[in-house]
Each structure stands twice: as C-alpha cells, then as structure tokens.
Design a protein around this ligand. Structure first.
Ligand SMILES: [Zn+2]
Length: 408
C-alpha cells in the first residue's frame, strides 16, 4: 500500500506572487501542496479531510516564494557587533582571531541561531560557508532548512577535508559546494584543483572576488591580469561558478562573466558597512544578462540576516548612485531574491510558486505600513520588513506558523 500523502492547503491567498515565467500575481486563490510539491493553484480547491487540519487561512496574507540568501557565514552568528567600524583588511584580522575561538559545538549553536533568524525573516534557502561543515549540516537538518554548504579552501589540506566532506552529504535538502576563499588567499594550484573537483562532482564552485580596490590592483600587479580576467584564464568561469561581491570589476570583466554564464552574489549592506567603496555594477550586469542573487554575508558585517532589508537597500543604492530612479524595478529586485537567487545556487525547483515546484513558501501580514492595492511589488520591496513574515514552509513542511518556529 502507498503511504498516505501529506496534504496542505493554503486557503484563499489574498495575494499570491508566483514568480512564474509570466510573473503572474493572483488574488484569492488556493494552493495545494502534496508532500513537498505544489500540486494545484486555483479557486476553491476541495479539502479531502473532514476537518481543517492541514489548511492555512491566507485570506489576509501576501503569499510569495521563500527568499534565497546566496552568501552567508552563519557560524559567525555570535560575532555580531565585535568589529563595526573597520575596513576589510583590519576587520579580517580581528574577526579571524575571534573565529579561532569557535569550536565545533559553538559553530553548531551559531548556525542554528542564524537559521532561526533567517527563517523568521522569510528566508528558506541559504548558501552557507564556514568551518566545521558537519556541525552546520546537523543544524540545517535540525531546522529543516534548504541549504548549500561548504568549507572555505585556502590550501591543499583544506581541499582534502572539503573533498571528504562533499562525499558525506546525503540529504534531500542539502547540497555541497567547493569554495575557494579568494584569489589573494588561495594559491593557483589549489584554485585549479577546486575547479577540477567542481567539474568532477558537478557542484557549485564559489569564490570571493573584486571586493576591494586594493585587491584589484594587487592581483593585477602579481598575476598580470584583472581579477575576473585571471579567473577566466585558469578556467574558473563557468555556469557552476558563483562569484561573490564583484564590486571592483570593469565592463570587460562583466562581459566575461556573462559569456561564461557564471553567477554573481551581490551583498550591498556588507559592502557598505565595510566601506568597500565604489558600487557593484549591478545595472551593467543586468544589461549583460548576468544572473545575480542577493546575499547578507555574515552578521559580523551586516549585522543581521533580514533579506527584506537587503531588498530595499539594493534599489536605493543603485538609484542614488546612478542619479536615476528608473535603473531597477521592484520586479527585478524580487527576481534577484527569489528565482535568480535559486539559479545562482543551481536550483531549478525552488524560487517560484508553480505546479511541480518544491513548496518553499512564505506568507506575510498586510500591516498598516503597506498599501498593496496601489502596487503590490513596490510594497514588498519598499514597505515590508522581516517581521511581517507570518509563516514559512520549506519542502512542504511548516517550519514557522504564526511567527512561532516549529520546535526543532
Ligand atoms: Zn563571505
């Protein structure tokens, strides 16, 4: 006999932002979820059970895909506020020392706390990199959150450990990533091995690049090429490559990224807080059809995991920088934090609410600070905040209901 399927209905969604290919927005519709998959979207879907268990009333909610955070270091959760007013070089030396005090159990507890914070603020998928990856896997599994997980590789020893870790991941919600820290902290021979592991295992490869002006000039001096040109020359650029930050890069480098189909994680709050200077050329990237996602980076340089805050800040930064309020629309911002974020992480079954997709869904209260009848997407980008999130469903399971996290 087939085991009984888990059924859930999100009843009468006041607004449903689908993020499907047509970017449909529906009003007063139901969503039926069977096990972990969205099965039906429509009016008045009948309930099979005689009672209302498994039915969530969404008649006063905005329902939308769960948000995707393309760059975090959750293991640093307890380091929030330890170094607020320093540039990257000084920040790294202070924060790296503090990281050394974190043992495996501390990383586990920090990751769990980070996941609680992220889910409360509506994030359902995160790419997380730090040490003690197995402890972080335990935390993701305990919370039931979708994740991509890596340990940063600086040298050959790290590479061995990373390869070993990759072979241990066996969870429907988790995928491994091979992550080089950066060009300036990872030798070329190791970078080439990172590429080989990513190709061999068909997994994402990630690197921090173009974060500071100094990095750009140092690399140009040491390696004779601009950072992205250098990555291209060693074969790093590829649709499996996720490039984090990309502030100090030229138009020619953007074209290289676009041509290779590599992806970019934009972390505007962290960049502003560390005074990285310049502004990530998001508008040019979108013109070159580069797929860009949003990331918070760690809470030691943000200092929270609220992607709604990141969503608002992103268009404000680029409008102000370009002296042009039309450079980016609320729809583009929403794409960056949902479907495009998922694409950055190589995930094609989350990021939108449509039949056949995995059920990663959040619901939002419609508070007095919102006026969705005027422009729903503008309300999401410019009015909503993480505290508006009421429910979070990941892979068909309720992880937060009425702002209460499920007991992990
Ligand atoms: Zn980072």
């Amino acid at each position: 006999m087939k085991p009984e399927q888990n059924l859930m209905i999100l009843r009468n969604c006041r607004y449903l932002i689908t993020q499907n290919a047509k970017r449909d927005i529906f009003e007063q519709v139901d969503i039926e979820i069977q096990d972990n998959t969205i099965k039906r979207i429509g009016k008045n879907i009948a309930t099979k059970s005689s009672d209302d268990s498994g039915v969530i009333d969404c008649s006063e909610r905005i329902v939308m895909p769960g948000l995707v955070n393309t760059h975090t270091h959750l293991g640093m959760h307890s380091l929030r506020g330890i170094c607020d007013d320093a540039e990257l070089k000084d920040w790294l030396s202070i924060v790296t020392k503090a990281e050394e005090t974190l043992d495996e159990e501390a990383v586990y507890e920090n990751t769990l706390a980070g996941l609680r914070e992220a889910v409360r603020f509506g994030t359902t998928t995160l790419y997380d990199s730090f040490k003690h990856p197995r402890a972080r896997v335990r935390a993701f599994e305990k919370m039931g959150v979708r994740g991509l997980i890596s340990a940063s590789v600086y040298n050959k020893k790290d590479l061995k450990a990373a390869e070993q870790f990759i072979s241990t991941i066996n969870s429907p919600l988790l995928r491994p990533v091979i992550a080089a820290h950066s060009i300036y902290m990872t030798e070329e021979s190791v970078l080439r091995e990172v590429i080989a592991v990513s190709d061999d295992k068909k997994i994402l490869r990630r690197i921090h690049v173009g974060e500071t002006r100094k990095e750009r000039f140092d690399i140009q001096q040491q390696r004779g090429k601009l950072p992205i040109e250098y990555l291209e020359s060693i074969g790093f650029l590829d649709p499996k490559a996720l490039l984090v930050h990309c502030i100090w890069i030229t138009k020619g480098e953007i074209r290289l990224i676009g041509r290779a189909g590599a992806k970019v994680s934009h972390n505007p709050i962290s960049n502003m807080k560390l005074a990285s200077g310049g502004v990530m050329p998001l508008v040019e990237m979108l013109q070159e059809k580069v797929v860009v996602g949003l990331g918070t980076d760690s809470v030691a340089s943000n200092n929270n995991l609220d992607l709604f805050e990141e969503m608002k800040l992103t268009p404000l930064l680029h409008k102000q920088h370009r002296w042009d309020p039309k450079v980016i629309t609320p729809q583009q911002v929403l794409d960056i934090v949902t479907v495009n974020g998922a694409a950055c992480l190589g995930l094609s079954d989350v990021g939108s609410i449509e039949i056949g997709m995995k059920a990663d869904i959040i619901t939002l209260d419609i508070g007095e600070h919102m006026r969705p009848v005027n422009d729903l997407l503008s309300n999401i980008v410019y009015c909503a905040n993480g505290n508006d999130v009421n429910d979070a469903i990941i892979d068909g399971k309720v992880v937060m209901r009425n702002k209460e996290l499920r007991k992990a």
